[in-house]
Design a binder for this molecule. Sequence first.
Ligand SMILES: Nc1nc2c(c(=O)[nH]1)N[C@H]1C(S)=C(S)[C@@H](COP(=O)(O)OP(=O)(O)OC[C@H]3O[C@@H](n4cnc5c(N)ncnc54)[C@H](O)[C@@H]3O)O[C@H]1N2
Ligand code: MOO
Ligand SMILES: [Mg+2]
Length: 419
Amino acid sequence: MSDNEQFSRFRRKAVKVEDALESILSYIPKAKHEQLPLDQALGSTLSEDVKAPHPIPHFRRSGYDGYAVISQDLKDASKERPVYLKLVDDIPCGEVPGKKLESGQTARIMTGAMAPDESDSVIMLEATEQEERDDGTYVKFTKPIPSVKNITSIGEETSEGEVLLREGTTINPGAMAVLSSLGYVQVPVYKKPKIAVLSTGTELLEVDEPLEPGKIRNSNTYMLAGQIQANGGEPVLIGKFPDEVGPAKAKIQSLLEDPEIDVIVTTGGVSVGDYDIMTDIFLNWEGKTLFNKVQMRPGSVTTAGVFKDKLMFGLSGNPGACYVGFELFVKPAIERLSGREAGHVKKTAFLEQDYTKLNAFPRFVRGYFDEKDGQLWAHPVGLDMSSALLSMKDTNALIVIPPTKTGLKAGDQVDVIPV
Ligand SMILES: Nc1nc2c(c(=O)[nH]1)N[C@H]1C(S)=C(S)[C@@H](COP(=O)(O)OP(=O)(O)OC[C@H]3O[C@@H](n4cnc5c(N)ncnc54)[C@H](O)[C@@H]3O)O[C@H]1N2
Ligand code: MOO
Ligand SMILES: [Mg+2]
């Protein structure tokens, strides 16, 4: 029996969501590495630890515009008995102090400039006055300053060799600051997986085409492209194919053999209908079909398989089911392929309203969660049938409704999976 003969169009064995996920993740190859120019690295995942090659800061740095002093000189300063220090240097940002500071002397210094080695503190400009005398300029100080004040010492933020960013970290704007300050022109990252998106359906129009009776515009392609981007993948839009096996199958074959493509996602045609061509393709391809039914609603017809190292997901054409199928299965695949932790992160929340629809399978209801008085509350949104198009725009989580005989009541605890 060939690998796929165990699968049938009509009699499908529904696998558990967890088992489906585990089987997908077991086929994912090791994440690929690449070096990305710094200005393109935001949102990518680091493939190596980033260590400080030098302390931060790497020189003693003034925190204010003011005067660098030896604090001992000012220990007796007061309004009544000011202390005058001779001005011997002027240190703007980016310069090295030109003079050794001796007792009785001060240097004008700006924020971020390098403090003279002999100075231990900086006094703000506003607290001083400058005075011209025959033998030069003097600065008047009317109060003492503690030792080590207003100068950031070498290594105050980090010492040399410390790991500042761990492998697996998603590069955020703060990480961009770290990388640039450490001199990373190129950043070692996991390559963003390229995900081909192919929609099937003779009824599909392009976005710019006028509506016709019986036809709809292709929205799943763009929803999936958004989901892929939001999760750190790179969508490759293959467009739409009519419900005929030949052209779609040929395109899929070339995508399966294209080394540039890491994963293929199709939408539509995975159910039992006469024109459900992805069902035929998954029954008769060279790849290994992993499952063609999952214990979930919506998206029970979600299908997945693998050809060599490449996963192919057949998501439902129904927009709600397509969305949920992506979040539960394609998203973790992208996470694993880009070197991140993969899986369903669940939070516990209280259901904000009764949920009375009964199901045999767990239901992943589109909704949102928010926090009130330190508790998370889960709110289903809009119509939640598989064909509904509008509820996804208000969704920040899938609310997991387990199969029950009675439904759930407001205030019952549920899991939510943030999206
Ligand atoms: N007799 C049965 N009928 C159906 C079953 C079943 O078990 N027995 N399953 C139902 C379930 S559950 C779902 S979900 C859908 C799955 O449908 P398909 O994946 O085969 O998708 P299509 O038939 O191609 O289309 C369904 C629906 O989605 C619209 N669609 C398709 N592609 C797009 C797109 N790119 N953008 C927007 N909308 C799209 C399409 O026009 C249809 O309305 O099957 C049930 N039927
Ligand atoms: O597979 Mo369908 O999405 O359950 O509604
Ligand atoms: Mg169908």
